[in-house]
Design a protein around this ligand. Sequence first.
Ligand SMILES: Cc1ncc(COP(=O)(O)O)c(C=O)c1O
Length: 424
Amino acid sequence: MSLSERDKKVIWHPFTQHHIEPDSIAIVRGEGLYLYDENGKQYIDAIASWWVNLHGHSNAYMAEKVYQQAIGLEQVIFAGFTHEPAIRLAERLLSHLPSNFQKVFYSDNGSTSVEVAIKMALQFFHNQGNQKRRKIIAFEDAYHGDTFGAMSLGAPSSFNAPFQDMLFEVEFIPNPKNEPECLAALAFKLKQSDEYAAIIFEPLIQGAGGMNMYAAETLDKIILMAKNQGLFCISDEIMTGFGRTGKWFAMDYLQQKPDIICLSKGLTGGMMAMGVTVCSDSLFESFLSSDRTKTLFHSHSFTANPIACAAANASMDLMEDENTWSNIASIEKSHEVWKSKMATHPTIKNVRCLGTIVACELETVEKDGYLNPIRGKAYDHFIKKGILLRPLGNTLYILPPYCIKPSELALIYLEIENFASTIN
Ligand SMILES: Cc1ncc(COP(=O)(O)O)c(C=O)c1O
């Protein structure tokens, strides 16, 4: 029996409608940009395996560091204990963040780092005896993860529809790409109520909501308005961190700085699951008390797992290497050239770039969006051609590992054009 057949008997996959989707492809090996299935077929990983992989699969340098850590210290409880890889990683993360970030809280993935950020903001006011500030502002088309808190912060969509009545109250304002509407709605809300604790955003690009890009100036205005009213500004850099946007962090394009930042995905170069939530000393200090009920009661069994920290430190070594940055610059250049080439394409529209990400919509007779039926056809087409792309409805995007070469990007562009020429 093949791995795919064995899988089908025992595994329930994420974001998968098993009734209509094909069997899962069993990957037996990864090397650099490529994945290899059990039949020896090769795939270009054009989406960095759900946006996590930075330095290519099975990176030998990182694997060695992980191995060395595993035979030294594989896991230790992180309450009452600490270890060097976690300390070093926190120091290094802080050295690349603006100086208002001073404390690192570890968790397991992107969603948990968002949960922690929200708990920090809400409990800050609770600890001060302010029971009024309980509301949160988020954006249309936002996505922050799939746990209940993170789902609450996501715009209502088919992802969270079955649970709408159980999600906590979040007020959504228009997508920041529509700046005037967005700012007007924010101003209106902030004037109407002093009950907001925080605002959360995906800086410069909303990922799962359709790779919607918007201007740094808009986000600067949003942050300024929110800060003036005493809200915590939470920046979800889970997708955008670690060079993805062409700078270390998307916030490096901003004049205003957020108060709390959530990181995951590229944090470990995509090798291990881990998240962090980073905040200021003053936020941290607001939890200090002889009253133990003011503690941030949040933990996971594997908080700051040493092997995950070793992977992240190894990824940081590679991120601090200038070769990585010249690869990032080369990807940006290729994307920009393709964008101008596509300006007049009949069925590829809205080509937009941010750092190593390029996105576009396919022009179809159906409505743009996640449920556009072109998605399945496009996915199958690219898989057949040995390219892993996972369209968001009729939105196609490339978000590759940084080791991709211009010739490999050219292959992906060409296949997108080939597919686009078959529609309508
Ligand atoms: C912006 C953003 N926030 C949060 C998450 C959730 O991260 P995770 O899937 O690791 O829980 C994602 C995942 O795609 C994301 O893109």
